[in-house]
Design a binder for this molecule. Structure first.
Ligand code: HEC
Length: 146
């Protein structure tokens, strides 16, 4: 019994240490924070040119792919189900029009840096354009408030 308690306390301590490590480094907050490749098989390929407009509007496969791409790359900052916990903006409220598309793709490609601090990592070169737009379509189809 005593041994069990010690083991339990030990694993609690380890969890606490891991939580602490996560708090120190936002890149560690979900998985190891490394960008996760997104399998976009089945989506129309987009080529090298950067589009300014979401090519997957109304595409259900894009929503599905975007959901997993979002959860593995964005949720740790922007919140599960795209409901922000306050660390980063709530992406459900991005404009759902061409201006919103252009803003979205710029931010995701370049990330956001302020006074030399990376607030959001850049994703260009790490996940594909197809993945970025699939994630956009997933975000767009989330209800605004529930
Ligand atoms: C390490 C945390 C982090 C990760 C991971 C992250 N973001 Fe962000 N993101 C931020 C922060 C912080 C901002 C706010 C920057 C600012 O102040 O304008 C932001 C801003 C944005 C904006 C602009 C929102 C607006 O209202 O202007 C978009 C779009 C965006 N992120 C999309 C994404 C997508 C898509 C992913 C995943 C592929 C992602 N982000 C991953 C932290 C993150």
């Amino acid at each position: 019994m005593k041994l069990k308690m010690i083991k339990f306390a030990g694993s609690l301590a380890i969890s606490a240490i891991m939580l602490f490590a996560n708090a120190q480094d936002p890149a560690m907050a979900h998985g190891d924070g490394a960008p996760q490749p997104v399998d976009t098989t089945g989506l129309k390929e987009l080529g090298e040119e950067w589009l300014k407009k979401n090519p997957y509007k109304g595409n259900e496969l894009a929503v599905k792919i975007g959901s997993s791409g979002y959860n593995s790359n964005c949720a740790r900052c922007h919140g599960l189900d795209v409901k922000s916990g306050g660390i980063a903006p709530d992406l459900r409220y991005l404009e759902d029009d061409e201006e919103g598309d252009a803003w979205y793709i710029m931010r995701v490609r370049k990330g956001y840096h302020q006074n030399g601090v990376t607030k959001m990592p850049k994703f260009e070169g790490l996940i594909s354009q197809e993945a970025m737009w699939a994630i956009r379509e997933y975000i767009d189809t989330r209800p605004d408030d529930d």
